[in-house]
Write a protein that binds this ligand. Sequence first.
Ligand code: AMP
Length: 414
Amino acid sequence: MRDILANESQLFIFVINLFDKLMTSVGSKKIILPVVESHDLFKRAIGQSTDIVEKEMFVIKSGESDEILALRPEMTAGCLRAYLENGLFNKPQPVILHSSGSNYRRERPQNNRYREFTQLNLEVLGSDLPVYDYFVIDSAMKLLRNLQLNDVVLSINSIGCNDCRPNFRQKLLDFLSKKKDDLCGDCQRRLSHNPLRILDCKENSCQNITQDAPSTLDNLCSACEDHFKKVIELIKLAKISYKENPKLVRGLDYYNRTVFEFNLESDNTRQGSLGGGGRYDYLATLISDQSKAAVGVALGVDRIVNALNERGFVLPDIATVALICSPEIIGETFNIYSKISDKINVRFLPSGKSISAQLSELNKNGFDFAIIIGQDELKKDRFTLKDLKNGEQNELTLDELINKFDYESKTITS
Ligand code: AMP
């Protein structure tokens, strides 16, 4: 687990705020979920034999009781639990919810893989319509486009439903059993309880074997085939760059039908997907006595921020701004400060020194702009804005000042 220091944390907050803004604009409501849930929820939802449940969860024994809890390794299970527990299925369906926060997996720490990482989640609960598979994909793309990550490719597959998957599973087992000895150790174990996961194993030996394996897309029932076709039609219509990947199954057991991932074009190893998701129509029946169709996406903020840093992304207009004033009007300036600091990031530096002495200190301390309030400005209800890098100076009204520095309002595109 790592500390995220000021330069990076600003980007984290920027990405999270932008996500919140964009998801609200597409009709989603924010849900704040607990970081800790019952261990049992994840075992049932994600699947006993997945890497996450088998070896990656931080499990907590709570006090003297027998209750076993876990730090959440993902947010979908908690979000569906909240939807069921709070009776949100009684509202007009589907319910669209988004969330953000830390998740925990005890993975081997390496580049782009952390034990504490931040995810952005969007879930559409209570509908099996293919348009919502498209909706979550398009909404995630909206965020990535806004961040100028334009070379993102969508990898997409359908892994069928309870009608067609057993047939496919059997065909795959027949194919893989003959080559068991050549599979890696993990995949030899997967053969008995989770053979689909062998399809996206990263080991070369397994990838060579699965090259000729039966494909999920050739083995869908007509209802799943039709569902997938409709999702693809909408993706094409939106001109989202995509490729069908019949080997994509994802690491969590709860998915059915559509599964997808977002990768940067240059990343061939799929070690660094920026996000992924899929449909999980059977998850509600695994954790409750209800059946509810749903689809969702999770994006990794750590990986998005790393990609932005690699590309030299600079926060639009996030300048360091100081507010200074003549020593005799510090009280009045405090009043003005509380008004403008609601809208823009500014530091008030009250001082007994003259304005020119204060300006030279700001220059030394690396500030970009100074907002100056003297007796004259106070009388005229205006502000002097000095660009400390080039010395330019202008008189502005409050609205003009806010407009100049309110960078977030300028970054939303469709
Ligand atoms: P998953 O559902 O496991 O594919 O996770 C969705 C997204 O969360 C991934 O595409 C990553 O961007 C991010 N993510 C998952 N695990 C980690 C991790 N250990 N460290 C950083 N980001 C992660």
